[in-house]
Each structure stands twice: as C-alpha cells, then as structure tokens.
Design a protein around this ligand. Structure first.
Ligand SMILES: [Zn+2]
Ligand SMILES: [Zn+2]
Length: 299
C-alpha cells in the first residue's frame, strides 16, 4: 500500500486556509517528502505521520513557495533522534541550496546527501523517476512506481512439465538448469499485473512529455494555478497551467484520478471552476490540506 498525503494545495504565498503545495509519501514505514514551503512543519505535525522516517526530500524547484521551509524542517528533524543520512534531491542548482543549508543549520546530528537531477532513484522496491518541466527556472516532476509480482500459475507449471521442487525458485525469478533442461520463470508465471503509480507535476506548462511520464498513474496530482479559461494567457506568461490544461494531461495520460493543487492565492473559490476540468476529465478533485489517498493493488 502506498499512502499519499497532500500537505497543502496553495501556490506562491501561504494563505490562512491553505498550506503551500507539498506531498508526503509513505511506503513500508519509510517516507519521501516533496517540497518544503513555509509552514510545512505545521502541516506535517497536523498530519501526524512523524518526521523521523523521512528518508528523501524531493524538491521540484527552488522558488520560495517550495523551499523556504527546508532549514527549519531539517532543524526540527534533529529532535526526532534521526541519525541515518537524509537525501535531498532537486534540479540543477542544488549546490546553492546545500550552501544555504550549511550556513543556516550547520550542526545536524545526521548527514545530508545531495543528489542533483537523477533520472531515477530506487527507494525500497519503488522506483522514483524525474522529468524536467518547463517553468521559469529548472523544475522536476516526479513519479513513483511499484511493480507487482506476477502470480504463480500452477496449470502452466504442470503443462510445462516443471518438477515441483523447482517451483519456488522459478517463482522468485530464478532460472533452473537440470542436465540439458532449462526451466525459466516464464514457464510458471501468469500474466503481467498492474502495479501502483503516483505522479506529481507542479509549476510548469503542459509540455508534450508529461502524458507518457504520468501514463496509467492511479493518482496524478497536478498544478492548476488558474481556474478560469480566461487566464490561459496569464498561465502561459507565468509558466503555469489552467484547470483545463491539467485535466487534458490527465486524459492523455490515462490516469485513474486527478487532484488539482497549487492554486493561486487569488483563486478564492477553486470549486467555481471545477467544471472546466470536468468537461475534459470527469474523475477530478480539488486538493485540500491533509487530503490522504491510499493506493492498493486490486485483488
Ligand atoms: Zn510554486
Ligand atoms: Zn515556481
């Protein structure tokens, strides 16, 4: 099971009823945090999943609404008795962030590891991939994929005359050679099964690379800085998106559910514009503080 919590859904500046956009992912007791705007500590505290097991902090980019909570958060994590290294990931320019952190919080009881623009990261048995986006400064989108093991197919194993003593080895993906006979996992495994996928795209124009990057996500959280179609020009000029543009990506990406986030502080009632997304992609929802989704394999 992969738990995804939206910590907030605001863009640019924090407003009283909306924390800034950030997401916490929990998988097998370990956590990854995406973005650290101001008040991220407050949102994390309200969520109540703790801080100690955050192994990765993934930064989309270095605008203040995604970054300014980082030094304070790192300081507070010190109080959680963490001693294992914590990895900070981000696009080009991460050395400047690391210098600022050294200056602001020089004494941490755990090591910080910096990883600038990796293509992918292996996190337990989950793969994290990155996609360069199109914003006013370098920016990364992230996707999280958990593959599902294929089921053991007894009939297939029997039909292929595979001796029982080799079944468990083959099920684990090993090949067994007995004399001049080779038994492969393919001889005992059933069809491929759909895994779990979560994608997070914020602060960008809707570039053509996004639909394949988010393809068949169970959950796609995407920025919708502007609700009204009339703000499309503003979205183009500021390198953001409208609700309709985000919904179009969700449709092209064949995702199960779209959650909109990163609303402009001027967008007081995003619900008034939800129809613009609905017309393109029906399974859409508005982000809100501390909204949680648990993604599970279907039985
Ligand atoms: Zn932003
Ligand atoms: Zn930005």
């Amino acid at each position: 099971m992969l738990d995804v919590a939206l910590l907030g859904c605001g863009g640019s500046i924090p407003v009283s009823h909306r924390f800034l956009s950030a997401v916490l992912i929990r998988y097998k007791g370990k956590m990854c945090l995406i973005d650290t705007g101001e008040y991220v500590q407050v949102a994390l505290k309200e969520l109540g999943w703790g801080l100690k097991n955050i192994d990765y902090i993934l930064l989309t980019h270095y605008h203040g609404d995604h970054l300014f909570g980082l030094p304070g958060l790192l300081q507070t994590i010190s109080n959680s008795e963490r001693t294992e290294p914590l990895t900070i990931v981000g696009p080009k320019g991460l050395d400047k962030v690391s210098n600022a952190i050294k200056l602001l919080v020089p004494y941490l009881p755990y090591e910080l590891v910096y990883l600038e623009h990796p293509d992918n990261i292996q996190f337990l048995d989950m793969e994290i991939n990155t996609l360069p986006l199109q914003h006013t400064i370098p920016c990364l989108g992230y996707s999280f994929t958990i593959k599902r093991q294929r089921r053991f197919d007894v009939n297939k194993a029997i039909n292929n005359n595979v001796p029982k003593e080799h079944w468990s080895k083959l099920q684990k993906g090993n090949t067994v050679i007995v004399g001049d006979v080779t038994y492969t996992p393919e001889m005992v495994l059933g069809e491929e099964r759909r895994g779990l996928k979560f994608s997070y795209i914020t602060d960008t124009r809707p570039i053509p690379e996004i639909p394949s990057f988010i393809q068949t996500s169970n959950l796609f959280v995407c920025e919708g800085m502007y609700g009204s179609d009339d703000d499309k020009e503003k979205a183009e000029n500021n390198y953001h998106m409208t609700f309709r543009e985000a919904a179009t990506l969700a449709k092209l990406g064949n995702v199960d559910e779209l959650i909109l986030t990163h609303f402009s502080p001027k967008l007081e009632k995003p619900e008034n514009y939800l129809l613009n997304a609905q017309e393109v992609f029906p399974n859409k929802n508005l982000g809100r503080n501390l909204l949680v989704r648990s993604l599970k394999f279907p039985d």
